[in-house]
Design a protein around this ligand. Structure first.
Ligand code: FCB
Length: 487
């Protein structure tokens, strides 16, 4: 989302509490925590293949073991309960339910999620199911993956199976997590599975992810009780031009098109934006890609829009002459790939704003979250918002006394929760906040080196150790406001 640059303002801890029914949550994803990749009939997903391919992930890390959540889920639900979570957002592994991406459900795979949901409900924690968090069954990738239309249909079939199994006990559903990453990191720059670097494939994937979302919404509505709520989680880029020059604003418009409106256009406004179609006409033939009826399917109404936010995106046009030191071409905080993930935007430069950064190198700027929420509130009045991911990696260390002091994470969370509160105070209808992540886990191409958790995981023993931020977040939840606890 493009917006004027605003500064970070100090946290206002005297402010009003969050709404009484505000949903306090934490989030994870199947491949990042479950492990147990070859039990109960599960077959490889594109992330198994990708992470086992030499050179694709830091240190050759894979999700083979991860945090062994598949076997330790009871203990993990207890941790959630200690935090006082109102909701837990997790994803279902498609490959556990349909190992080849087609055919009848494997009941043993579904049973794991039935047990997990029961355990959550027993602890009065609302389950929030994400149907797709990037782990396409490898067999479907072998048939062409998301650039192929049939994958969208397969996704709808899988959705119906999961809805049938869990629909009586789960009332909050998310179709896709960050389809931008699936399309543009997976098929555009190749830093995520399946690791292809082909802008045409990325744009085709984007359309089929949109279509898959729409078909999944239809499948969910058909299977679920009326009061079920359906969402999608988008990592909308809060795009800011480096300067107000015409060239930099044009760069921001193009990134907003291929980074945001390629999803919000068809999902929320009924069609692809004209400027996107013009910008990318040399890469994809939109009129043949979009079939009759697709746009109506994709625009099926949703009940909530999920927002994942970590850092703003600052862009400029490529200047004449040598690139300035501050710019990193093709770098948008997503790791260096064969080419920019932003299809057709090789000439746009990405800048890292000055100031503090997380261990991912992402600049810390909570104002981006307020701006993003308010913009969505303005552009889509009446559509409730949910922050489905926000959090930070830092270089956490376990002290000899067995503690993890993470004042920077507390500061990050405090700033971003205050940003949410400010958006609510200004009128945005934000229903909840899911912190990324419950515990340290497999951070995709960065492997286990990047720790986002409230709980530190000692990967040698699989012990979970509450970081200071876990206690801080529990206090926030208990009070329903931002305590000025010091850090
Ligand atoms: C998001 C992903 C999530 C995690 C965080 C740090 O893009 O959805 O799985 O990797 O980033």
């Amino acid at each position: 989302m493009t917006s004027a640059r605003t500064g970070v303002s100090p946290v206002d801890t005297t402010a009003a509490a969050f709404p009484a029914d505000f949903l306090w949550g934490a989030a994870t994803a199947a491949y990042q925590i479950e492990g147990a990749v070859d039990v109960d009939g599960r077959a490889p997903s594109i992330w198994d293949t990708f992470s086992r391919t030499p050179g694709r992930t830091a240190g050759g890390d894979t999700g083979d073991r991860a945090t062994e959540h598949y076997h330790r889920y009871r203990q993990d639900v207890r941790l959630m309960s200690e935090l006082g979570l109102g909701a837990y957002r997790f994803s279902v592994s498609w490959s556990r339910v349909q190992p080849t991406g087609r055919g009848p459900a494997v009941e043993r795979g579904l049973d794991f999620y039935r047990r997990l949901v029961d355990e959550l409900l027993e602890h009065r924690i609302e389950p929030a199911v994400t149907l797709y968090h990037w782990d396409l069954p490898q067999d479907l990738e072998d048939l062409g993956g998301w650039p192929v239309r049939d994958t969208a249909r397969r996704f709808a079939d899988y959705t119906a199976l999961v809805a049938d199994a869990l629909g009586d006990r789960v009332s909050l559903w998310t179709t896709l997590n960050e389809p931008w990453c699936s399309a543009f990191l997976g098929y555009g720059s190749g830093v995520h599975a399946p690791g292809r670097a082909d802008w045409t494939a990325a744009l085709r994937a984007a359309h089929h992810l949109n279509l898959g979302h729409g078909l999944a919404v239809e499948a969910l509505r058909a299977a679920l009780p009326r009061d079920a709520r359906i969402a999608v989680s988008l990592n909308l880029h809060e795009v800011r031009p480096l300067s107000e020059s015409v060239a930099d604003r044009e760069a921001a418009r193009r990134i907003d098109a291929v980074g945001n409106r390629v999803f919000t256009g068809p999902m929320l406004n009924g069609g692809y934006p004209v400027d996107l179609v013009v910008d990318t006409a040399h890469l994809v033939d939109w009129p043949t890609l979009i079939h009759d009826g697709d746009l109506a399917t994709i625009a099926r109404p949703i009940d909530l829009l999920g927002i994942n936010y970590y850092t703003p995106t600052v862009v400029s046009a490529l200047p004449d002459g040598p690139a300035p030191d501050t710019a990193a071409a093709g770098e948008a905080g997503h790791g260096d790939g064969a080419q920019s993930p932003f299809a057709g935007c090789a000439d746009v430069l990405f800048h890292r704003a000055p100031g503090e950064r997380t261990a991912m190198g992402w600049p810390i700027d909570p104002s981006g979250l307020t701006d993003l929420l308010l913009r969505l509130h303005r552009e889509h009045p009446g559509l409730p918002l949910l922050v489905t991911e926000n959090g930070a990696a830092f270089d956490d260390r376990l002290t000899p006394e067995g503690a993890v002091h993470d004042p920077q994470r507390i500061e990050y969370l405090r700033g971003h929760l205050d940003a949410v509160r400010r958006a609510i105070a200004a009128g945005a209808d934000v229903r909840g906040y899911f912190l990324w992540s419950l515990m340290d886990n497999f951070e995709w191409a960065y492997g286990y080196g990047k720790r986002f958790g409230l709980y530190y995981v000692d990967y040698a023993t699989q012990a979970r150790i509450a970081k200071d931020s876990a206690r801080w977040y529990a206090e926030v939840i208990r009070r329903g406001t931002l305590p000025d606890l010091g850090v």
